[in-house]
Design a protein. Structure first.
Length: 414
């Protein structure tokens, strides 16, 4: 009887987008074990790049049509989903398209920076059927894994007119495996694993298998010292040394709540932050005096107090301010909208002094010279007759998912 046999890998075919490989001999049963695991990892966890949003000049939503363009926006977006991309950046990258008709528009017409490569430049996008036709759009490309629906690609503070789209990041289009029996010595029940992989051309099949195996191995590492890990997990926690235990004993008076919310919580015998965090919103709605408004206050205060650092909040506010000044209107949550409104009103009031000191003060907050210049040269002349009230907030409704109240905040320049 042969206890061990060294498996060999044989490449039957290995092209840019298709590969077929044989691995043998494997111990009985291990062909299915390895083949099924690799197939799942190949299809779900490999990282790739895809278009996550598109902005088309003159288009407000995906159900629009574009003058002198044969396809409507929905068809154009479906075609854009077929883009096979390689992104060498971990940050979102913007691609542009600016063409005039008559013309058959293909992926090769897209202007991409050096850190993004279009693998299928012959992909058809749309047709401009007149010399009056012009198509200008901006695409956002991001790296990710698996499938991400359009709803999750919608960013907070995203300008009106930016259309989030479904993204399929996985570079592996299809994976399949087959098990055949092979001989080792006198034994004929060993496994031969035949693995087939189809990719979109952004990664070779053999490299895809290698990446999948690395991820699979890294997760298996959790079980290599399983007994020791269980013993470590059974050790009692060190009370008083972790952040959560310290916060749990903080009195609710330190949360800077309103008098009404504070009294309602005390009436329900909630005096510590630990009790407050454990309180579900459904439970809050049932308590006397604790309606959905108080529950929202609980989330807002606790999130502002403990969820983010001051530097993080300032950076987030700065990004929202820049986006509003740049685009004129954005969607955000009600809480952030109120804070954003205070920032923008203060910035515009300062900018109306229209001197070097005012420019420096605004630029110190915005940290974007182009946005600062646009504020002083384009926005201020339209607001010269206003003495305040430079923004307007319109309620939209609850956000899908977490129910947060959403608002539309826009600049008022007339």
């Amino acid at each position: 009887m042969i206890d061990t046999a060294q498996p060999q890998v044989k490449s039957i075919e290995n092209s840019t987008a298709y590969g077929k490989f044989e691995i043998e001999p494997l111990e009985p049963g291990f062909g299915t074990t390895l083949g099924n695991a690799l197939r799942r990892v190949l299809l779900s966890t490999l990282k790739g790049a895809a278009v996550t949003s598109v902005s088309i000049e003159g288009v407000a939503h995906e159900f629009s049509s574009i003058p002198y363009v044969k396809e409507d926006v929905t068809e154009i977006i479906l075609n854009l989903k077929g883009l096979n991309l390689i992104s060498y950046s971990d940050d979102p990258v913007r691609l542009t398209l600016d063409v005039s008709g008559p013309k058959e528009v293909k992926a090769s017409d897209i202007q991409a920076p050096s850190d993004v490569e279009i693998v299928n430049p012959d992909l058809y996008i749309c047709t401009l059927d007149s010399n009056k036709g012009r198509l200008r759009m901006e695409l956002t490309v991001e790296r990710g894994k698996g499938y991400v629906p359009a709803e999750r690609n919608k960013k907070e503070g995203q300008p009106i007119g930016v259309i989030p789209i479904d993204a399929i990041f996985s570079p592996v289009v299809k994976a399949n495996f087959l098990i055949e029996k092979t001989r080792v010595g006198q034994e004929t029940d060993w496994d031969k694993l035949i693995l087939e992989v189809w990719t979109d051309g952004t990664i070779p099949p053999d490299q895809a298998i290698s990446e999948a195996a690395k991820q699979f191995t890294s997760h298996l590492g959790l079980f290599t010292r399983f007994t020791e890990r269980i013993k470590d997990a059974d050790l009692p926690p060190q009370k008083g040394n972790d952040l959560s235990s310290r916060l749990a004993d903080v009195p609710i008076e330190d949360l800077d709540l309103s008098v009404r919310a504070l009294n309602c919580l005390k009436a329900n015998e909630i005096t510590k932050v630990g009790q407050l965090v454990a309180l579900r919103e459904e439970r809050a709605d049932q308590g006397p005096g604790l309606g959905s408004g108080s529950a929202r206050v609980r989330h807002q205060k606790a999130g502002r107090k403990f969820g983010r650092s001051t530097a993080h909040r300032k950076a987030m506010s700065r990004n929202l301010v820049t986006s509003l000044l740049d685009h004129g209107r954005i969607e955000t949550t009600e809480a952030k909208g109120k804070e954003l409104r205070r920032w923008v009103e203060r910035i515009i009031t300062t900018a109306k002094n229209d001197n070097v000191a005012a420019r420096r003060a605004v630029d110190a907050v915005v940290e974007d010279r182009e946005v600062t210049e646009r504020l002083f040269t384009r926005l201020l002349p339209r607001m010269k007759d206003r003495t305040g009230g430079y923004t307007r907030v319109l309620k939209i409704g609850p956000r899908q998912g977490d129910g947060a109240l959403m608002v539309l905040i826009e600049l008022v320049d007339r």
